[in-house]
Write a protein that binds this ligand. Structure first.
Ligand code: PLP
Length: 362
């Protein structure tokens, strides 16, 4: 049996070459006879590997020198509380754009730590589908401690492709499902964070990228492992990091560099997404509810004309080696997550299947 194409939203597929290498050195990392999971994080070989992973990520994202790169615990949602605890306090107002389900969760979490969460705006229904409200309509607050948004809403498949202009507060972005998928001007942000399991590595792990001037603002009762200043000082080893996730993420960074980095990835990702959206738009059987300007290039949700055929679609897709296509339980339908590790070939096989299914079921 050939390996399936895995369209799961997260944990998502990892590059086949990376998994192959991890398997080969699983029991004996760097010919040491022991696994990378059995090595001390203070071991010079591990420290060297960890520093190299950071260096590679810095190169891939062109992260300026005045930013810290942290390898954190607790996935994407861990950062929902880490951000307010680190750069805001009980007397502060913070601004959030509510563009979907993940933004909504982030808003609720921030409410536990700050004086006021001001939701500047959200989505709206237009004649061409669901869109994010125009920035001119956003109700920004007077002096927020920061402005938070989620450039790619993984569940809704809705994206804000342009970085908001004219926001004076530090911009904070949840890039969990879009980090490293295309070039990004990091210098525009105060904080970028991402859970690892979509475009980087294993779940439970997170990357946080923080501009230096935002360090040292943590509330007195901030959990120490979530304190950016402490983790920056300790090079993300205040306590034992997730060593395996760090190692595997490092392999993914090396793989990405070999592929040509985020510019090449961005082009391939655009091509993959366009193939799917063009076909869905041309079809009377499949539909996507999002306005073309706001469509995610990582998560492509689609509905069948008759949702009673959802079960058959998923079952037959699986027989063709296409797995993980079930939409999020909050929204139903289907969702194809096409992160960096999904080859163009996988999208083509999915398209062929969708065409066949339409022919026999429309
Ligand atoms: C998956 C995801 C999260 C949650 O990540 P966890 O690691 O499960 O906490 C947060 N934000 C976005 C945009 C996501 O896609």
């Amino acid at each position: 049996m050939t390996a399936p194409f895995n369209f799961s939203a997260g944990p998502a597929m990892l590059p086949a070459e990376v998994m192959q290498q991890a398997q080969e050195e699983f029991r004996s990392w760097r010919n040491s006879g022991i696994s990378v999971m059995e090595v001390s994080h203070r071991d010079p070989a591990f420290m060297q590997m960890a520093a190299q992973a950071e260096q590679d990520l810095r190169e891939l994202m062109a992260i300026p020198a005045n930013y810290q790169v942290l390898f954190m615990h607790g996935g994407g949602r861990g950062q929902f509380s880490a951000v307010p605890q680190n750069i805001a306090g009980p007397d502060d107002t913070v601004d959030y754009l509510n563009s979907g389900i993940w933004s909504d969760f982030a808003i609720r979490e921030a409410g536990k730590y700050v004086g006021r969460v001001n939701v500047v705006g959200g989505t709206e229904q237009t004649s061409r589908g669901k869109a994010i409200q125009s920035p001119v309509s956003w109700k920004l607050s007077e002096k927020p401690a920061y402005f938070h948004y989620c450039p790619n809403e993984t569940v809704d498949g809705i994206a804000l492709h342009d970085i908001p202009e004219g926001i004076s507060a530090p911009l904070v972005a949840d890039l969990s499902s879009t980090i490293l998928s295309e070039p990004l001007d990091v210098s525009r942000f105060g904080i970028i964070y991402a859970g690892a399991q979509k475009n980087i590595g294993p779940s439970g792990f997170a990357i946080a990228i923080i501009r230096d001037d935002l360090l040292g603002r943590a509330q007195g009762n901030t959990s120490t492992i979530m304190d950016y200043s402490v983790q920056a000082r300790e090079r993300s080893m205040y306590n034992t990091p997730n060593t395996f996730a760090w190692y595997l993420s490092g392999l993914v960074f090396t793989w990405l560099k070999g592929k040509g980095g985020v510019h090449t990835m961005g082009a391939i990702n655009r091509e993959k997404a366009a193939l799917l959206y063009d076909y869905i738009d041309a079809s009377d059987y499949y539909s996507n509810p999002v306005h073309p300007d706001f469509r995610s290039r990582m998560n492509v949700p689609f509905l069948l004309a008759d949702d009673r055929q959802d079960g058959a679609f998923l079952q037959q897709a699986e027989k063709r080696g296409l797995v993980g296509l079930k939409g999020h339980r909050f929204v139903g339908g289907m969702r194809a997550s096409i992160y960096n590790a999904m080859p163009l070939e996988g999208v083509k096989v999915l398209l062929d299947f969708m065409k066949d299914f339409e022919k026999t079921h429309a």
